[in-house]
Design a protein. Structure first.
Length: 237
């Protein structure tokens, strides 16, 4: 059984960071192919499965606004290809823009949504006549940076490989609900394993699918690709 693996790089990075912690050694140099082989070898119905293709989907960090992040990512991506940890890196884009939104704070409970901030001392709002406006909303502008295209690339490569018969089965590493349709459709053609790379709940649109949640043992230093002499803290995404 030839298995293709399709990875949302940012989804995996932030999931692993949340599971392992920033200071844990090894996870930043994750060997994608070794991790994937470990995952499929534990699937009782996939006996003899071999990882034949690994597609890693990401976007290049903006070097102008985040030079250290750009350098760290570049080292890791080059390590992935040098170590043959992936067969193809599909690039999306990294977009930065100014956005506007009401000022809000986190809710007291995890299940609650953002709580809008309204006037209260020492900051109050008055109308033109000097009367208080207790229901006023504070609007703020902020720098918004967003990775675009990884989910589309995961979906596109998954479907193309399945429909052209390049793979006999697939593993998708992501918790992005936008992948609901491509994963569901691919399953009408081949077996598809879905891996939630975070400690969060599975995305609502993906619920009901057979899922494995990544745990710390799957991102242990035993599956790293750190080149000799390179500090562990460097790579990302």
């Amino acid at each position: 059984m030839q298995v293709g693996v399709y990875v949302d790089g940012y989804n995996l990075y932030y999931g692993a960071r949340g599971l392992c912690g920033r200071g844990t050694a090894g996870w930043r140099w994750l060997d994608i192919r070794a991790l994937s082989q470990r995952l499929v070898s534990r699937a009782s119905r996939w006996q003899g499965a071999v990882i034949s293709r690994v597609v890693y989907c990401t976007a290049v960090i903006d070097a102008a606004t985040n030079p250290s992040g750009y350098n760290d990512q570049d080292i890791y991506l080059r390590a992935l290809t040098t170590a043959n940890s992936v067969d193809h890196i599909a690039y999306g884009s990294y977009v930065a823009r100014v956005k506007y939104a009401p000022l809000a704070v986190k809710a007291a409970s995890r299940s609650g949504g953002p709580q809008l901030v309204h006037p209260q001392w020492p900051v109050m709002v008055q109308d033109a006549n000097g009367n208080p406006v207790p229901g006023a909303t504070f609007m703020v502008s902020y720098a918004h940076r967003e990775e675009k295209g990884s989910d589309v690339n995961v979906a596109a490569h998954l479907l193309v490989d399945v429909l052209t018969g390049v793979v006999d089965a697939a593993v998708v590493i992501s918790n992005d609900s936008d992948l609901e349709f491509p994963v569901s459709y691919a399953r009408t053609r081949v077996p598809v394993g879905l891996v939630n790379p975070s400690g969060n709940y599975l995305a609502g649109a993906l619920r009901g699918a057979a899922v494995r949640r990544c745990g710390q043992p799957l991102v242990a230093p035993a599956v790293t690709i750190r080149p000799a002499g390179v500090p562990d803290a460097r790579p990302r995404r």
